[in-house]
Design a protein around this ligand. Structure first.
Ligand SMILES: [Zn+2]
Length: 375
């Protein structure tokens, strides 16, 4: 048994690093152990490893097909400009608000993977031991990997002069975390690009095996907006988990308590900004989705076809608030009323017909929400 400590950069970077570590463990066949969240950091307790064997994890990973295929994909992008066909990998470039930095991200990732050394995390003071942060370091932590609390706000992205830098291991693992453990949704409008990210972390502790299963939900990448006139001008961050978990692969019940961590970054004109972060309880949301899918089997289709509009996302965001935070019946009814009036205003006949199912079961919906909220 060995303990690894994520460094403590911030909750987003550490969550990604945790997922990156887990994917390497998964690829190498270490599925037993527990991830515990301690504030903004994680302690990963791994069975079947000792301090000495942790030093070999990086080189063992470099002998796997997963590693070779990733390096090949990155090198084709760096040298030939081929956007990776694997959506998991292209996601990091497609969602990067700073597109001119994509090639250097690929180069940084390719190089940092050569130096991955998980034994850096055997001690809980890795950050201070290698002097990471704003002072000096090897790799810049891109905004998608950190969303560092408004650091880029109001700054022209050409003039950023103090990037947050980390070592190869932190950079490589955070990038792997984005590839394998964070879902990205990108909304493009004429002069702007919004990237919303979502990952799942333990509320307290979760088995490594369960988190590896959860990663299957998080590998994806969705894009919307560019070709659709009805696409929203923005997506509220709170709408994202309900949207993606409704349309995505159904997940078996998660026994452990888990949180959904979401963050949003954007490029509007020439400005790159970190816009928002939110942490909400996953289990209530999953319970709601499971109940609704039983009542309305068309729910995933309804959400993907009919709620991809400005008002639709606002409703999903309201619904999330009701499910996760609100215990007021009046709030529940007002949300159901907005769903009904949304249905009535719908012009698309397919959606209107689909949504009629929801109309008929709106009372059941209230019952479901009330039940979930009451738990
Ligand atoms: Zn580091």
């Amino acid at each position: 048994m060995v303990k690894l400590y994520t460094p403590g950069h911030n909750i987003i970077t550490d969550s990604l690093i945790m997922h990156g570590v887990l994917r390497i463990l998964g690829v190498l066949g270490y599925h037993s152990g527990v991830v515990q969240r301690v504030g903004e950091r994680f302690i990963i307790d791994i069975e079947g490893l000792d301090q000495h064997s942790v030093r070999d994890l990086g080189s063992k990973f470099r002998n796997t097909d997963v590693y070779h295929s990733l390096q090949l994909t990155l090198n084709l992008y760096i040298n030939k400009g081929y956007m990776p066909r694997d959506q998991k990998v292209s996601k990091i470039f497609e969602s990067n608000p700073n597109e001119p930095a994509n090639r250097s991200w690929a180069t940084n990732l390719s190089e940092s993977l050569l130096n991955l050394d998980l034994s850096n995390y055997l001690s809980s003071d890795h950050i201070t031991s290698v002097n990471e942060g704003r002072r000096k370091g090897v790799r810049t932590l891109y905004i998608s990997l950190s969303s560092i609390y408004g650091k880029y706000q109001e700054l022209d992205y050409n003039t950023i002069d103090k990037p947050y830098s980390v070592c190869d291991t932190c950079f490589g693992l955070a990038s792997l975390g984005l590839i394998y453990g964070a879902l990205a949704t990108v909304l493009r409008r004429e002069n702007s690009k919004y990237s919303l990210f979502m990952t799942i972390i333990p509320e307290d502790r979760i088995e490594i095996r369960d988190l590896l299963i959860i990663q299957r939900l998080l590998e994806g990448y969705m894009t919307m907006g560019r070709f659709s006139a009805s696409a929203p001008s923005d997506i509220p961050l709170l709408a994202l988990p309900l949207y993606s978990l409704s349309v995505g692969e159904t997940l078996a019940a998660i026994e452990s308590e888990a949180d959904v961590l979401t963050w949003k970054v954007a490029k509007v004109g020439n400005f790159i900004r970190s816009l928002d972060t939110a942490l909400i309880r996953l289990n209530k949301l999953m319970d709601f989705i499971t109940e609704v899918k039983m009542l309305i089997p068309e729910w995933p289709r309804i959400v993907s076809q009919c709620f991809e509009t400005e008002d639709g996302f606002t409703i999903l965001s309201e619904l999330t608030e009701v499910i996760v935070f609100s215990r007021e019946i009046s709030h529940i009814y007002s949300t159901v009323r907005s769903i009904i009036s949304y249905i009535e205003d719908m012009k698309d006949t397919t959606c209107k017909n689909l949504l009629k199912r929801m109309h008929r079961v709106s009372e059941k919906l209230v019952e479901t929400i009330t039940k979930v909220v009451a738990i």
